[in-house]
Design a protein around this ligand. Structure first.
Ligand code: NAD
Length: 468
């Protein structure tokens, strides 16, 4: 058995190494550098999304039982927008940027020339399996790179559809999908890439970064973390609760990197907030949310047991104030709210990535900021308030990949904002023009003529020259 396993690994390594050699050879022809190639590939990608919208939604629904609406809006529509923007702006993004020069180089001119990095690897996760696979690929193509995409094996229907569609629509001498799990990803990571873009959890992020370090390959790491929501009492309670619910349970039932992980509010306001959440939850998902078609299931039994373990801790189970219903056969967990779970419990220390929402109570709402800043830096942080001073204080003192005031999650749809983490929630950013930049080297170019040659810079370095 062990020998068979080793043989399989050797076969995978050989296949991967041949594929990478082939793509590097095609990249070396310079084909990806032209505007025409980039544009044609982006247009093909757009066509692919348009022609196969329903098939894509079906694959996502099959993998995650995600509501079709979520698959179409949060994955297909977002990708179409990203691709359309790249098509619209490509010429502009590719243009060298003229910059000023200094007196030292007079006479001269200078520009920053965007140059493709080369052959890049994109490794994507299961939770938005189409969006998070192709969104970085759009940036990589626009920037003139060749790409190998490794989708998540945890979303197999989407992975195989991606392989099929990319095979049919894209230039396969330069853009390819490699399907598989740990063995395939490990083999891919042994290769020398010009950039690796990885989206997923921080544990694997460390493996990716260590592999990249061997070749000094730059990385874009899109990771996760515990994204907090601070709720002040000076708010429109109904709108705030709806937006919290939309970001938590309305996005893949909490299995979203920027989903609210926990709430912070004052002891006095907590009962009002809990009541409002309960009311709106029932309004959105009915009396028996386990039967609701608008709530995704948990992706698989591993993640299901991970989440139920968080609830099973004795000290934690007593703090459940809403929900807590589970159905193992369908992998469903109802929206669950916990009040004041112990700060040293698992649920308060691990990224939840599911439908459980603990609420932490504080004396003054400002105390929340210290609690957030005492942990690792989250991917997102949210605040609900009408208090101008509190907003300013939040934006200036809370460190997170992105911050939203009076909503959740929506910053990811603003393509003029960079999307990425900080510290343990990630490294680098993409979306919109930032995606182009993430896969581009900004080459510094200085043009001089033979005129204006100043002897002062040449030896011998006499005292007289120093006085200048
Ligand atoms: P996952 O299990 O699908 O893993 C991600 C990728 O890593 C997959 O392609 C998988 O094949 C690969 N992988 C798994 N084990 C590996 C190994 N030993 N060596 C090399 N590669 C390996 O997804 P996940 O990690 O469960 O995704 C959820 C996490 O991702 C959460 O932490 C979430 O916050 C984060 N996330 C971040 C973003 C973002 O944009 N910042 C988006 C989505 C998810």
């Amino acid at each position: 058995m062990a020998i068979e396993g080793e043989k399989k690994v050797i076969e995978i390594e050989l296949e991967v190494s041949n594929l990478v050699k082939e793509i590097k050879g095609s990249y070396a022809t310079g084909k990806t550098r032209s505007y025409e190639w980039r544009m044609s590939q982006l247009q093909r990608l757009l066509q692919m999304l348009e022609h196969h919208e329903q098939e894509i939604a079906e694959a996502i629904v099959a993998d995650l039982s995600k509501p079709r609406f979520e698959a179409l809006i949060y994955e297909v529509a977002m990708l179409k927008n990203a691709c359309s923007l790249a098509v619209k702006k490509l010429k502009h993004w590719m243009m060298p940027e003229k910059v000023k020069t200094s007196l030292t180089t007079f006479p001269s001119s200078a520009e920053i020339v965007p140059e493709p990095l080369g052959v890049v690897l994109v490794i994507s996760p299961w939770n938005y399996p189409f969006l998070l696979s192709l969104d970085p690929v759009i940036g990589a193509i626009a920037a003139g790179n060749a790409v190998v995409l490794k989708p998540s094996e945890v979303a197999p229907a989407t992975s195989s559809l991606l392989a099929k569609l990319v095979g049919e629509y894209m230039d396969n001498s330069l853009i390819r999908v490699v399907e598989g799990g740990v063995a395939e990803t490990t083999a891919l990571l042994e290769q020398k890439w010009d950039k690796i873009c990885y989206t997923g959890n921080g544990r694997i992020g460390r493996i990716v970064m260590a592999a990249a370090a061997k070749h000094l390959t730059p990385v874009l790491l899109e990771l996760g973390g515990k994204s907090p929501v601070v709720v002040d009492s000076s708010i429109n309670l109904q709108v705030a609760t709806r937006r919290i619910i939309a970001g938590k349970w309305g996005c893949n039932n909490g299995q979203t990197c920027v989903a609210p992980d926990y709430l912070l509010t004052t002891k006095d306001f907590a009962p009002k907030l809990v009541d409002a959440l309960k009311h709106e939850l029932e309004h959105f998902f009915g009396e028996n949310p386990l039967d609701s078609k608008d709530l995704s299931r948990i992706v698989n039994s591993n993640h299901f047991s991970r989440l139920t373990k968080l609830l099973d801790e004795d000290r934690v189970s007593g703090t459940i104030v809403h929900g807590g219903k589970i159905e193992k056969s369908t992998l469903k967990i109802s929206p669950t709210i916990l009040l004041d779970a112990p700060r040293d419990s698992l649920i308060m220390n691990e990224e939840i990535f599911g439908p459980l929402l603990p609420i932490v109570t504080v004396e003054k709402v400002e105390d929340s900021f210290d609690i957030i800043n005492s942990g690792t830096k989250p991917l997102a942080a949210y605040l609900f308030t009408n208090n101008k001073k509190l907003k300013e204080q939040f934006v200036m003192t809370v460190s997170a990949g992105g911050v939203v005031v009076n909503d959740t999650v929506l910053h990811v749809s603003v393509d003029s904002l960079p999307f990425g983490g900080v510290q343990e929630s990630g490294m680098g950013a993409y979306h919109g023009k930032f995606s182009f930049d993430a896969f581009t080297h900004k080459k510094a170019v200085l043009y001089r003529s033979f005129a204006g040659d100043a002897p002062v810079r040449y030896p011998p370095y006499t005292k007289g020259k120093l006085r200048l």
